[in-house]
Write a protein that binds this ligand. Sequence first.
Ligand SMILES: C[S@@+](CC[C@H](N)C(=O)[O-])C[C@H]1O[C@@H](n2cnc3c(N)ncnc32)[C@H](O)[C@@H]1O
Length: 266
Amino acid sequence: MDCPELYINANSLQRIDAKDVLERWIGKMIWKSNEIVLDLGCGPGDVTSDILYPFLKNKIELLVAVDKSKQMVEFAKRNYGCSKINFKVLDIENVNDCTFNSCGFNKIFSFYCLHWIQNKLDALVNMHLMLKNSGEILVYFLLVNPVVELYKCMDEEWKKYVPDIIQKAQTIYSEEEVKLLFIKAGFKVISIESSIKKHTYPDFTSFLNAIKPVDDMYNILSPHLHDRYSIHVKDKIYEKQLVDICPTTGKATHSYIPITVHAVKN
Ligand SMILES: C[S@@+](CC[C@H](N)C(=O)[O-])C[C@H]1O[C@@H](n2cnc3c(N)ncnc32)[C@H](O)[C@@H]1O
């Protein structure tokens, strides 16, 4: 996920969902004046700047947006940096990065990031560490990571390149398992909600274009294998019916299971 230009051209779903989540949940949070807020896993910064920031601008002193990818953060700084939004590199799984920011934030938001994190409990403990007392967290992510599920059904020729840490990681969570992780990390869960959603792309190619920027196999495989790998991805998605393609319109509908957790630091 190191290619901000590719990602930003195919993230319409992420933008729609972030806006929906904020419209529903921001009024349920308790706001004081001059808060300092963190956006975890900000990617190229468009969701932070175009969607999250307008909801917060009258309430906050500073929005700090972090991502572990240097490329994403550099792109975000170039395109969306301003006096009230500070983009920085931070890996939520790295306790040193997080200790440096301990008790630094009144709120933490995170969209479409946690399903990429292998050790979710450590990440949540680190988020808890970075919150001030009574600080709130609003996290939106997927219970099933579609790209990792795709890796699992690939032919051995390609599966062998998938890092061990991903092959061995738990990739499907229930709402109850997520709730327990938050509690174990020290949070009091205020609300938790998950449901099956559908998103329709104009055609199959648009769906493939949305998956490609978040498929890290393109960083692992040598460039001369990329075209063959893309064909394999396309064939597998088709064969396993990971999207529904309408025979008359050609539109591609993808089902996914997002979860929203609103919790407070005990
Ligand atoms: C799918 S993008 C989401 C970007 C943006 N929040 C949005 O909704 O469009 C997920 C981002 O999470 C970042 N990420 C993954 N693991 C991370 C970690 N351990 N620490 C910080 N960021 C991480 C990735 O680099 C990527 O930019």
